[in-house]
Design a protein around this ligand. Sequence first.
Ligand code: EPZ
Length: 417
Amino acid sequence: MEYYAVRGGHPLEGAVAVHGAKNSALPILAAALLAEGESVIHNCPDLTDTAGALEILTSLGCRVTREGRTVRVDTTCRQGWAVPDRLMGQMRASVLFLGSLLARSGRAEACWPGGCALGSRPIDLHIRAFQALGAQVLDREGRLFCRADRLRGRHLALPFPSVGATENTMLAACGAEGVTILDNAAREPEITDLQGFLRSMGAEVSGAGTSQIRIRGGLPLHPGSYTVMADRIVTATYLCAVAAAGGEGELLGADGTMLAPVVDTLRLAGCQVEQRPDRLWICRKDPLQPVGTVITGPYPAFPTDAQPLLAAVLAAGQGESRIVETIFDQRFRYTQELKKMGAAISVEGSAARITGRPLRGAQVEAADLRGGAALVIAALAAAGDSRIHGLEHLDRGYESLDQDLAALGAGIQRTTR
Ligand code: EPZ
């Protein structure tokens, strides 16, 4: 069984390139189904989640090739409309294929996506959007059957700015005749990336990054070509690693403007952070300071995916801070593992109270992607040796977290027992 062996307690120094964004690449890979022919996606990260998306495309008859970080998807021989159960169970983002399958073939079938370590993960907002565009959606013995003889553009609003429901509506609307206007859309940068790829296919999409997105559907689309943005949450991970361990780091290709609340909070904690032309620079020499209360929320608020990362930084600092999680109902489970390193964290409902103190190395287990990253960050700050198990969760979202952190000067190695 593999684990990360970490020797913590010393400052970092180094530079690392930030790979492409998982949560951009996944909807873009689903969007490739919208046109016949070969689409090219550059800077597509090589992760278990993107490998899962490529497996779904292959199961639908597409020819998929990867050369480094360039992926080619040829949909010429596409067939069928069912997302394989194994992949739907493994990766919730598989739900994004429903929108593009509906748009392209008028049919989509899948088992219900499972919950995960973050809590229940319903898809009611996705289904309501499909129905608003004219699709019938049936639940037969726990399977989802979507069918649309004709999708029609509509003016609709999401009750909550769900990232996935926004993306699925954009994908389905590309196959709906007429104009779709989506109000209360999610504003995450990954949605702007999806809009960029759809435009490269000839789609008429505008408004991504704002709360109102407009799609003119029913147009003939051709294969697209696009370069995926740098991963915001991987960037936040490396910022928090340097913040927690101390020292100095350069994140090549990183764009801090998409992480303003994270950057502002780390500055409040005592870090210097500067955006340079092609990199983000961070330095922390003085002791970490408490930051008051941080509340997660839909973009542009503090991102829920960076919540565990910040908690690890604050746990290794000093003074009392609070984090309120408003997006997921079970996103503090990792704190039980942080306590094994001596972290002083008390969770009540949706709020975690963190009192910074020196941490010590321990054996800990990751249970989800970003909670696992938080354990690695804490281990870098902790005095002594740690072992982090559950690397299958980390491999979903980091190409090579150990190698990247080692490039920043961390004492970390992937080890097999
Ligand atoms: C996306 O998940 C991301 N995943 C998540 O990253 C991220 O944490 C989340 O957005 C919030 O930023 C991908 O992009 C692949 P939501 P998504 O729909 O789309 C509720 C990772 O591993 N909800 O914005 O599933 C939902 O339960 C993941 O990279 C409904 O109630 O997030 C949650 O409480 C972790 N009904 C809230 O909305 C629905 O139909 C936000 O969910 C859909 C969502």
